[in-house]
Structure formats: structure tokens, C-alpha cells
Design a protein around this ligand. Structure first.
Ligand code: AMP
Ligand code: ZN
Length: 114
């Protein structure tokens, strides 16, 4: 989608700090980190939110979790633990309407989240 921030980042039309990339997704450092490790996992396919996924996206969603766990190990947060978050829609706190997951670690997470 031409006017979508994360489509532009995935296409390298906007610079970002890339942690990992393959044919299905890109993982970048969050520009405004909420934790010592704050990585965004962004599918290259434009999907607005978790409300917009379908049966054909099952392998993509599974892939995102496998890669999130791999990045957690590489970022040395796996042993202590971390949080993988999707914000969906306005009440869920989603600001960028292109599906993405936050990988947060390096500090203790609170529950319930705000
Ligand atoms: P959400 O509120 O779940 O939609 O999360 C959007 C996230 O994107 C926020 O944590 C922002 O800090 C992050 N963000 C916004 N613009 C950029 C950018 N240009 N590069 C990296 N992260 C960004
Ligand atoms: Zn997009």
C-alpha cells in the first residue's frame, strides 16, 4: 500500500534499523523503544490488523512467532523472558494500521498492561 508507513519501511523507502529480514517479514528496532529490547516484526504483505487476517495467513502468523523466538535468543532476552504483543484497533492501542508484533524485553514487564 503506497501510503502505509510499514509498507514503505518493508520496501526500504524509509530507513530503519533492520534486525532480521526474509521473504515474508522484516524485523526492525522500534524508533521509540518502550524497553531495552523493542523489536517490531512486520509482515511484508499489507494486512491492516489482526481483524483482517484469513485462513491463508496461518503460515505467516506461525512464522512470525518462530522468528520472534529466534530474535529473542539472538537479543539475549530469551532466558529471562520477554513479551510478544499485538495491538489491534483503537482500543487495543494500534497506531500504525499495518499488522505488526512488538517483541519487548530486557526489563520486567507489568501485568495487567496499561
Ligand atoms: P502500534 O501502536 O502497535 O501501532 O505500534 C506502532 C509502533 O511503531 C510504535 O511503537 C512506534 O514507536 C513505532 N514506529 C513508528 N514509526 C516508526 C519508524 N519510522 N520506525 C520504527 N518504528 C516506528
Ligand atoms: Zn502496509
Amino acid at each position: 500500500m503506497s501510503d502505509c508507513l510499514f509498507c514503505k519501511i518493508a520496501a526500504k523507502n524509509i530507513p530503519s534499523k533492520v534486525i532480521y529480514e526474509d521473504e515474508m517479514l522484516i524485523a526492525i528496532e522500534d524508533i521509540n523503544p518502550s524497553a531495552p529490547v523493542h523489536v517490531l516484526l512486520i509482515p511484508k504483505k499489507h494486512i491492516a490488523s489482526l481483524n483482517d487476517i484469513g485462513d491463508t495467513d496461518k503460515s505467516l502468523l506461525g512464522h512470525i512467532q518462530v522468528i520472534a523466538a529466534q530474535i529473542a535468543k539472538e537479543q539475549k532476552i530469551a532466558k529471562d523472558g520477554y513479551r510478544l504483543v499485538n495491538n489491534c484497533g483503537t482500543m487495543g492501542g494500534q497506531e500504525v494500521m499495518h499488522l505488526h508484533y512488538h517483541l519487548l524485553g530486557g526489563r520486567e514487564m507489568l501485568w495487567p498492561p496499561g
